[in-house]
Every structure is written in structure tokens, then in C-alpha cells.
Design a protein around this ligand. Structure first.
Ligand code: TYD
Ligand code: MG
Length: 455
């Protein structure tokens, strides 16, 4: 009897079974068996042991260190997130909610990359007519762009081998399948197999490959976690519900800094780059309002102004609520405790809501002082002094700790017209030489000092 080409491997212990079962016969884990292709012949151990002359290792100094080739995508915001352009032979996975603009972004980038190097855009979701209609509607100069409506990875790679594109876009990985497997497109085994085939192709031929990925309800790229390990770069395309602004964020990048972001606005003419993103993360109030404070964060390599808003309101019953969006909830609880202990601010009979404007997510501690200021401002129903920006991490002892790149952040604040900065003592520019034009610096070593300077 011919042996089946596939078998089922347990994700957790690696045992193999000829048929699918709900429970792994070896380790007893549930729902961990996934279909995989059998290795061609013999076990890997045998292949290595017999008849292979090992290759000599290459010395480090012999490895050329010339910079890898990069091509501009025509979208500076995307290039920055990629670490300075599209890298030859790299594989980029870009995830995001349906309708957020993944296809639009890659079609725009493809059109502009295609001006200098051949691009093939593979669509498994839309018809060629739909793609071409969109390109026309966007007014893209893409008459020469190669399109392919195909979902079998073997045939996509055959086309790519014949036509040798520099860039291959696959929209989306969840619609692709390998003919060697029986499971449906989108199944874990299919995702792993098709991604592996595309990664191999990219490395062998130096083709840059973009993979579009759907995300789950929880916001992760649908499929096994290994998908993110297999590729070089993982980007997430995000937006605030209902907002037209879109943020592309690098969460992993072998060719650049992680956490770099690019900002776009979705318009009638497709995605437009937002070159001065600080402006969109501040809600512009005609008059200063209570419960709002501005800070300077860093996203990747650039400073970015953000606004934290707080609403403090009498709790109607029992446990007061602490809710934070875009800000770490645990950290908020901790800041409230520090405020109570070191500044006598009582919130335990109050609901406290904190939100970062514009869908920004703050992952660093430099916004602590601004969050505290917003809470106090809402509690007292009193706006902060106009033109104030705050920087600083708050310690459990009530001390204010310095933040990295203080000067750069202060310059960004001055550039956006802020006139007064409450900063950690250690971040205060020293002497006249360090002064920043138009910005009055209020250094604070402890929470009490900072709060005194707020209003
Ligand atoms: P799309 O790129 O198809 O999203 P994804 O591939 O992530 O699912 O974007 C579709 C949405 O974008 C759709 O709701 C319409 C909107 N859109 C515009 O507002 N302007 C445009 O020029 C384009 C092409 C799309
Ligand atoms: Mg799409």
C-alpha cells in the first residue's frame, strides 16, 4: 500500500500519528494534532549520517558585510517601519482587521515599486477586475504591474520562477494552500506549509515577499504563532474604531527597529501619509479642558506628542472602576496608589477612566506624570495651565525618575508650540547652553513638586 504523503504531528510533544485524533496518543494533549507533509525519504538523522561531506564553516571575516539592497516603496512612512525600505530576500507579514486597508497599502506600494523593479501582486481574495478597478480609482500608475489570481502556492512559485519578480505580494496567506496537503486553506498546517514555501523561495531567489495576514478577534495574526517566527518582519495595521487614521507598527523586524510606526490617513484617494503625526494624537481644544494632559512619547526612533485624558467620577456602588485604554491598567492602579500615599489625593471612592487620544498605545513609563496630572485635573475639575507638557516616570516612593532622550522630546514639544514643560529634575537642561527656545522648564524631583506646578 502506498504510504500517505502526510501525517499528523502533535504541536506540543512532536509525536506523529497516521490519522487525525482529538487527543494526542503520546502526551494526551487535546486538539494539538495538525496535518504535515512527511519528509521526502528516510529520517533526517539518516540523511545526515550517510554520504554527506560536511561543508567547511565560513569565517566571519570572509562574510561580506555590504549593506543589503533596499528599494524605496514610494511611501516613506512604510519605508521607515521596514527599517529604510524593502529588503531583498526579506519576508514581511502584515496583519490587520478586515477593511483596514492592507490591500490598499500593498497595491499602492506595489505600483510604486513596480516603476523600478518587477512586482507580482497575487490576489486570493479579490478578482483581477476588482484589483484593477481599485488601482484605476486610486489613480495609480500601475499599467505594468503583474497581477495573478491564484491560491495554490506551487503554481504561484512556478509563475514567480518564470517571471523573476523583485517583489511578490501575497494577499492573503489565509487564502493560500499547498496542493500537497488535504486540509482547507487557512488551516494551521496549510498556513505553516505555504509560509515555509514562500520563505524558502524568498531566501533562495532574493525576492522580497509581502504576506497579508488576517487577524483573530484578539488581534493576533490568525494561525500558529510560528508564523511570526518564520518571517523577518511582522507589521500590524491598526486604527482607532471609526477613525480614518491608520498606524502601521513593526512588532518584529530583523532589518530595523521594532516598535517603529508609520501613520496614514484613509482618504478617497487611498492611503495618504501623515508626516507630522503628533498633530493627530492631540485633540485640539479651543480652551484648555479639565482631565487632559500632554506628554511626549517615543515610537521607534521619533518623538511623538500624545494626550492622555482622564475622567474621575463618583463611584455609584462598591468597587470603584479603573479602566485604561492605550495605557497599562495595572500601572494606572499603581499610580493612583502613589498619588494617595505621597500627595494625599483620594480616589478610592471614584471611578477612574484613562484614555490615550487617537488610538495611540503608550508602552513606556514616560507618560506617568501626564496620566497623574490628567487624573488630578479631572478630580478637581480644573484645567492644567495652557501650553503645559509633562514628562517623567513615577516611582513607588513618590520620586520622579528621568526618561531617556529627554532633550529630544522637549525639542519636539517646543516645535509644537508648547511653552512650559514639567520634567524630572535629571532631565532639566543644564545651564543656558541647554535651554530650549520658547520652552520654560519646571524641574521636579518629587510628585508633590510636580503637582504644585500643574495649575
Ligand atoms: P482594503 O485595502 O480592501 O482593506 P483590507 O485589505 O485590509 O481588508 O480597504 C478597504 C476599505 O478601505 C474599504 O472600507 C474602503 C476603504 N477605502 C477608502 O476609503 N478609500 C480608498 O481609496 C480605498 C481603496 C479604500
Ligand atoms: Mg484585502
Amino acid at each position: 500500500m502506498a504510504k500517505s504523503k502526510t501525517h499528523y504531528v502533535c504541536d506540543s510533544c512532536g509525536a506523529s500519528a497516521p490519522k487525525w485524533q482529538g487527543q494526542c496518543p503520546s502526551c494526551g494533549a487535546w486538539n494539538t494534532l495538525t496535518e504535515q507533509q512527511r519528509p521526502a525519504t528516510g529520517g533526517p538523522a539518516r540523511q545526515v549520517a550517510v554520504g554527506y561531506a560536511g561543508e567547511a564553516p565560513q569565517l566571519l571575516r570572509e562574510v561580506t558585510d555590504e549593506a543589503e539592497a533596499r528599494w524605496p516603496s514610494g511611501l516613506d512612512e512604510l519605508d521607515r517601519v521596514l527599517g529604510g525600505g524593502v529588503v531583498a530576500g526579506s519576508v514581511v507579514l502584515i496583519g490587520g482587521d478586515p477593511g483596514i486597508g492592507k490591500s490598499t497599502l500593498l497595491l499602492q506600494a506595489s505600483a510604486s515599486l513596480n516603476a523600478n523593479s518587477r512586482v507580482i501582486y497575487v490576489t486570493g481574495e479579490e478578482s483581477l477586475r476588482q484589483v484593477s478597478l481599485r488601482a484605476r480609482r486610486l489613480g495609480l500608475a500601475a499599467e505594468e504591474l503583474g497581477l495573478l489570481a491564484e491560491t495554490a502556492v506551487e503554481r504561484i512559485l512556478a509563475t514567480a520562477r518564470d517571471h523573476r519578480p523583485k517583489v511578490l505580494v501575497v494577499d492573503s496567506i489565509q487564502t493560500m494552500h499547498s496542493e500537497a496537503l488535504q486540509s482547507a486553506p487557512g488551516a494551521v498546517a496549510q498556513l505553516r506549509e505555504t509560509t515555509a514555501a514562500l520563505v524558502r523561495f524568498a531566501k533562495q531567489t532574493g525576492t522580497a515577499v509581502f504576506l497579508v495576514g488576517h487577524v483573530t478577534k484578539e488581534g493576533h495574526i490568525a494561525g500558529p504563532r510560528v508564523l511570526e517566527h518564520m518571517v523577518d518582519t511582522v507589521l500590524y495595521f491598526e486604527s482607532d474604531a471609526g477613525s480614518r487614521y491608520r498606524i502601521v507598527r513593526a512588532v518584529k523586524n530583523r532589518f530595523g527597529a521594532a516598535n517603529e510606526i508609520g501613520v496614514f490617513a484613509m482618504t478617497e484617494q487611498g492611503l495618504r501619509q501623515v508626516r507630522n503625526p503628533s498633530a493627530i494624537f492631540l485633540s485640539r481644544h479651543a480652551e484648555p479642558v479639565a482631565g487632559s494632559a500632554v506628554f511626549v512619547t517615543r515610537e521607534g526612533s521619533r518623538p511623538l506628542l500624545g494626550e492622555v485624558q482622564a475622567l474621575v467620577d463618583g463611584a455609584s456602588h462598591g468597587n470603584p472602576r479603573r479602566l485604561a485604554v492605550g495605557f497599562d491598567q495595572q500601572r494606572l492602579a499603581m499610580l493612583l496608589a502613589v498619588m494617595h500615599r505621597h500627595a494625599g489625593v483620594v480616589c478610592h471612592d471614584q471611578d477612574v477612566f484613562v484614555n490615550i487620544v487617537g488610538g495611540l498605545r503608550v508602552a513606556e513609563t514616560a507618560a506617568d506624570l501626564a496620566a497623574v496630572a490628567a487624573v488630578l485635573s479631572s478630580l478637581r475639575d480644573q484645567a492644567l495651565a495652557a501650553g503645559t507638557v509633562l514628562l517623567g516616570e513615577l516611582g513607588l516612593a513618590g520620586e520622579i525618575r528621568p526618561v531617556p532622550f529627554g532633550e529630544e522630546r522637549l525639542m519636539a514639544a517646543a516645535k509644537h508650540g508648547f511653552t512650559r514643560a514639567i520634567v524630572p529634575k535629571d532631565n532639566a537642561p543644564r545651564g543656558a547652553a541647554g535651554a530650549i527656545d520658547g520652552l520654560r522648564i519646571v524641574p521636579a524631583g518629587r510628585l508633590e513638586e510636580a503637582l504644585e506646578a500643574l495649575f
